[in-house]
Design a protein around this ligand. Structure first.
Ligand code: DGY
Length: 315
């Protein structure tokens, strides 16, 4: 059976697939033409957040296709309706990246709140004139109110990691999560109330039509003066133009961003602002996590092609 890997996969997963199947990988950088040429006859397609999987691609693969295995927990790159309509399966890689992504979110909360990138740049440019009593003041997580927008696996892990800092935790979610809230000592609120009370806001929602630009100009206007916004989920959850405005004119004091609306483009306005910490979509980028994701991604392919239920299905 032919397995088409749209780009590439860490060896932890690729080796497993190669031991069982005829694996054809497009390599880097992504070449959509290559994917379209190689899709016909594939039993499985391995995609990732940069690879759009639509009905046209599925139809090109034809009747042989059984599963699309996404090397990511987020699956906004996959047209799940098209997958379902064709009776196919699609899978993702939840759980194994929860901690890595949550740790990065905490890192960005700290970095943005304590102005790490801004002051690092000042030191590197040789512009630091020495210690001053009221220089480069930030704010602590201890005693702050941290608002978690989305309280799924990653949001709850952020809550657990933050416990040692002693913030007040509030969250908003569209799902009932009473038990988890009690476990983390977090209080549930409507999004707009959360924004109004939070010193730090961290985003942990899936990108869907409902969450696209969830944080728009109106939402940002609700934020507390001096608030910090961190986004490690998907860029399009935030309206970038409104974010730039809120960072220039307030109410935001800073932002820590791992994701952008049109990756890999990072808007010049965000780069030019001193109060942003910008990293290149590295939430799950640790050796152990990417290996675990690759294994799970391969195991999902193997399960479906062996006629079993996938381990972590989305469709
Ligand atoms: C995901 O898994 O959705 C991330 O964006 C990549 O790890």
């Amino acid at each position: 059976m032919k397995v088409v890997v749209a780009r590439t996969l860490p060896a932890a997963g690729l080796d497993k697939l190669q031991a069982r199947f005829d694996v054809q990988s497009g390599g880097l950088p992504f070449d959509r033409e290559w994917l379209l040429e190689h899709a016909p006859g594939a039993s499985a397609i391995v995609a990732d957040p940069t690879v759009a999987v639509d009905g046209a691609l599925l139809d090109l693969a034809g009747d042989s296709l059984k599963v699309v295995s996404n090397f990511a927990v987020g699956f906004d790159n996959i047209d799940t309706g098209a997958v379902r309509a064709r009776g196919l399966r699609a899978t993702n890689t939840p759980d194994v990246l929860t901690n890595a992504t949550a740790e990065l979110a905490v890192g960005l909360l700290l970095a943005a709140g304590r102005r790490v990138a801004e002051t690092d740049a000042i030191v590197r440019r040789g512009e630091w004139g020495g210690w001053e009593p009221e220089q480069f003041l930030g704010r602590e997580l201890s005693g702050a109110t941290v608002g978690l927008v989305g309280f799924g696996r990653i949001g709850r892990r952020v809550a657990a990691l933050l416990r040692g800092f002693g913030p007040r935790l509030v969250f908003s979610t569209v799902h009932p999560k009473g038990e988890a809230a009690a476990e983390h000592g977090a209080e549930r609120m409507e999004l707009h109330d959360l924004l109004a009370v939070s010193d730090y806001v961290s985003l942990h929602v899936n990108l869907t039509p409902q969450t696209t630009h969830l944080i728009d100009a109106a939402a940002l206007a609700r934020c507390k003066p001096g608030a910090i916004l961190v986004n490690t989920c998907r860029g399009a959850v935030v309206d970038t133009a409104a974010l730039v405005d809120a960072l220039r004119r307030g109410p935001l004091a800073g932002a820590g961003l791992d994701v952008y609306e049109n990756e890999p483009a990072v808007p010049e306005e965000l780069v030019a602002l001193p109060n942003t910490v910008l990293v290149p979509h590295i939430g799950s980028a640790t050796r152990a996590t990417r290996d675990a994701m690759a294994e799970l991604c391969a195991d999902n392919v193997i399960a479906v092609l062996d006629g079993h239920e996938p381990l972590t299905p989305i469709v």
